[in-house]
Design a protein around this ligand. Structure first.
Ligand code: SF4
Ligand code: SF4
Length: 449
């Protein structure tokens, strides 16, 4: 991302909006730093970030010492909470070389307030990882996100090097090295027109062959324009189609809900479940508002979001204006609140609005069936997924709300299915509740319907 679609990188899908206090100055926020700007050693075909190099025509795309120190100092100065995440992304951050990050750890030690828990996250394509990098990650507790789109044929479709060669074997070698050095890593999978047709192959590959436990799926929604900005309403033929996206999530969900709850962590499902728990927004895309996750370019320019690195969304430069002023600016607050204020009536009337909140503004560029602008391109897929997952999600939410474990849902699913009942079917009001409480449905989960 420039690893594919990166709404998120490790640590990014936290509730950026809930980090705010009721004051206008946030007590915490999230910055995704791009020390190499858009520079990358690969040429993934769906990458939306490479076109951003046009923003900085004469740049060497390397974060200077001044910007680096200002970033770390201002980040710690601004945070009024005991945990701070330092997030690195690209382009490809390994192009900065390991010494840059060694130095960064020193700067973090220098500027962190006493007692602060510091977490570094690092999104990479894996190509340059070797023993030295992995040893460093392990010693400094970096959480690494590795970009991988599934088994070889699917991964190599779009994730290519500058010579047009697939990168699967090199990424797998990186995964092995991370494992050898006991580095905590998760998988970021960009779901595109090709791999979206193979949901179970992709999911089971990550689970069974790669042995990872944390996965996030990012839908590739790539606008078909030369600018690389969020404009126009047509998408490239690499972009996932809305119904494909819904089907992809549904088929993986059906596998996960029967076997893997509590064992495999799919951020898309966890983020949606939060909506059923009445806490939508543990991932920024499903929050009612956003605006607390910004992107820092290599030269110190701060933008409203990683997906809006374009002139209209520039907030200023941290060498000229303190970061906290940019984060707390009216312009940025408006950006975050527009997510809620610009919803079309179609979303406001939707039965899943409390879970979806219209998803990410970057994908809102199609018309509703009634001709109103601003509907999410992926809406059809999300509606299908939320409708399909509704019953099991309610069961899990009910279990968690009563202090039980979400994984108990798997037993309930099996019991229902052995009895020839589909767990998605709603029980009668006087039948036992699907959650296994022993209460009548009307006295248990039926109360919430
Ligand atoms: S625009 Fe908002 S919802 Fe979308 S990725 Fe950025 S912060 Fe998240
Ligand atoms: S599912 Fe569709 S209509 Fe409902 S809130 Fe999401 S984008 Fe809007």
């Amino acid at each position: 991302m420039a690893e594919g679609q990166h709404t998120i990188e490790p640590g990014d899908m936290v509730n950026k909006d809930s980090m705010t206090s009721t004051r206008t100055t946030p007590i915490a926020f999230h910055i995704m730093a791009k020390p190499t700007g858009s520079a990358c050693n690969l040429r993934c075909e769906y990458c939306f970030f490479q076109k951003k190099e046009k923003l900085y025509p004469k740049s060497n795309f390397r974060m200077s010492e001044d910007v680096h120190e200002a970033y770390i100092k201002q980040l710690f100065d601004a945070h009024q909470v005991p945990q701070v995440t330092v997030a690195w992304q690209g382009g490809e951050p390994t192009l900065m070389g390991l010494d840059f990050f060694r130095h960064s750890v020193q700067l973090q030690k220098k500027y962190a307030k006493p007692g602060t828990l510091v977490e570094n996250t690092f999104q990479t394509n894996g190509i340059l990882l070797d023993d030295e990098w992995c040893r460093f990650f392990h010693e400094n507790n970096f959480l690494v996100g590795l970009s991988l789109d599934g088994p070889k044929e699917l991964h190599d479709t779009y994730r290519k090097d500058k010579g047009g060669r697939g990168t699967f074997d090199r990424v797998m070698r990186a995964a092995q090295q991370l494992r050898n050095h006991k580095v905590e890593f998760n998988i970021l999978c960009a779901v595109n027109r090709k791999n979206a047709d193979y949901p179970l192959e992709v999911y089971r590959f990550f689970r069974d062959e790669l042995g990872v436990k944390y996965i996030q799926f990012i839908p590739v929604v790539e606008r078909d324009n030369e600018s690389g900005f969020q404009e126009g309403s047509t998408v490239t033929d690499r972009s996932v189609q809305p119904d494909q996206w819904g089907d992809f999530l549904i088929r993986i969900f059906d596998d996960w809900i029967r076997k893997d709850v509590g064992q495999m962590f799919v951020l898309n499902f966890d983020g949606a479940l939060a909506g059923w728990l009445g806490r939508a927004g543990t991932v920024c895309i499903f929050g009612p508002t956003c605006g607390m996750g910004m992107a820092l370019e290599h030269n110190g320019d701060l933008y409203s979001c990683d997906h809006f690195v374009e002139p209209n969304y520039s907030l200023g430069n941290i060498l000229k204006t303190p970061m906290i002023e940019l984060v707390a600016s009216g312009k940025q607050r408006k950006f975050g609140q527009d997510k809620r204020d610009a919803l079309p009536q179609y979303c406001l009337n939707c039965e899943f609005i409390h879970i979806c909140n219209g998803e990410c503004p970057k994908n809102r560029f199609v018309e509703t069936p009634y001709g109103e602008q601003g509907l999410n391109y992926l809406c059809e897929g999300y509606k299908a997924f939320f409708g399909h997952a509704d019953r099991p999600m309610k069961i899990m939410a009910g279990l968690l709300q009563r202090g039980r474990l979400a994984e108990e849902v798997m037993t309930l699913m099996k019991t229902k299915e052995r009895g020839g009942k589909n767990v998605s079917a709603k029980p009668g009001r006087n039948e036992p509740c699907f959650c296994g409480s022993g209460l009548k449905f009307k006295k248990c989960h039926g109360k919430y319907e």
